[in-house]
Design a protein around this ligand. Structure first.
Ligand code: SF4
Ligand code: SF4
Length: 347
């Protein structure tokens, strides 16, 4: 992998130059939070930690039309836009790698694949806040899944990792802005920066052995307790970078004389998600739905792909109105007292 340097004062100029390749998106402030938006790069906020929605929205939009049927013919509708997404943190890049496995390997999804191949991933280093626990999921450093990765090691330059041939092409759009001369001092600064970043994590979460603990806990009453607190709002799954449940609906668009088939995000936390014809519901109880979510996050994916499906981004910590999230559930399953769960209902 090639590593080069970019003068920090040249970042905006460089990102603007990429507009000749595709739309440039990055993190911008929205109130107290952040979202990915297509803006002039001077508006990108490099202090952003997590965006409200993860980058899955670029590859599996919240709602999109798959195909239409008109005059006896059907036609697929692919998104052909080329996009550059700047500012992805390691956890989000791991999230995309998980979606890649689901949508590109086992059951290739042409809509996902088209968007993925038309998107360049430009990662950016970050420092953790109190909600981040990617160090516990080992997703705080990333070696693949990006085209370029910018590390801010607190000097005058960004260290830029070139992770693909597309990334290489993108640097050559403004080759004059990059410096090939990575010095011993730069390397030492990078190593020191990593050490400092790792020490900044406030989490004491230890996920060692979680797959076995989740498996053996399947029938424990603790799930009923967590279920009592859950509102079934689905926020946790909407903001999770690796959640990918969806529903498909057909709609007759009378005024356009066509029928279209749309796909939209769904959530296994909704009661209707497990409702089948005949009125039977496989996961009627909130506790059953929570078990599914947490089995998926902490053990199911492990047995299939050797990694948890949680990348430690902290979005569920941010989003759940009642404090049900991976750190709290993992601690509760390990026997620790977690107020969000035990302070409700009978003790
Ligand atoms: S489960 Fe929570 S912390 Fe883990 S990836 Fe999903 S939103 Fe992020
Ligand atoms: S766990 Fe929290 S965010 Fe998820 S559905 Fe229940 S209340 Fe909503």
């Amino acid at each position: 992998m090639r590593v080069i340097k970019l003068d920090k004062t040249k970042l905006v100029e460089y990102l603007r130059s990429l507009e000749e390749w595709g739309e440039v998106w990055g993190p911008v402030r929205k109130g107290e939070k952040f979202v990915f938006a297509k803006k002039d790069p001077s508006e990108f906020d490099l202090t952003a930690r997590r965006t409200i929605l993860p980058p899955k929205k670029f590859f599996v939009p919240p709602r999109f039309t798959m195909f239409s049927y008109r005059d006896g013919r059907w036609e697929e509708e692919f998104d052909e836009s080329r996009r550059i997404i700047f500012g992805l943190h390691p956890c989000d890049i791991f999230g995309i790698l998980i979606l890649d496995r689901l949508f590109m390997e086992h059951y290739p999804d042409p809509y996902y694949i088209k968007r993925r191949k038309n998107t360049a991933i430009l990662g950016f280093s970050c420092l953790p806040d109190e909600k981040c626990f990617c160090i516990a999921t080992n997703t705080h450093s990333v070696e693949e899944g990006f085209d370029l990765f910018f590390s801010d090691v607190e000097g005058e330059f960004y260290l830029v990792w070139v992770g693909s041939s597309l990334g290489d092409d993108l640097t050559r759009i403004r080759e004059d802005l990059f410096d090939e001369d990575v010095t011993e001092e730069d390397i030492e600064r990078y190593i020191e920066w990593r050490r400092k970043r790792d020490k900044m994590f406030k989490t004491d979460l230890d996920l060692t052995g979680m797959p076995e603990i989740v498996e053996i806990s399947y029938k424990r009453p603790i799930w009923e307790k967590i279920g009592e607190a859950c509102l079934s709002c689905g926020s946790c799954s909407m903001v999770c970078p690796t959640c990918n449940c969806y529903n498909v609906v057909d709609e007759n668009v009378f005024y356009e004389e066509r029928i279209k088939r749309d796909r939209h995000w769904d959530s296994c936390m909704f009661k209707e998600y497990s409702l089948v014809a005949g009125g039977h519901n496989f996961r009627e109880k909130r506790s059953d739905r929570l078990k599914l979510f947490y089995t998926h996050k902490l053990t199911g994916f492990m047995s299939q792909f050797g990694k948890p499906a949680c990348v430690g981004c902290g979005r569920c910590v941010d989003a759940c109105p009642v404090g049900i999230n991976v750190p709290n559930v993992a601690k509760a399953l390990k026997g620790e007292k977690v107020d969000a769960i035990w302070a409700r209902g009978e003790e």
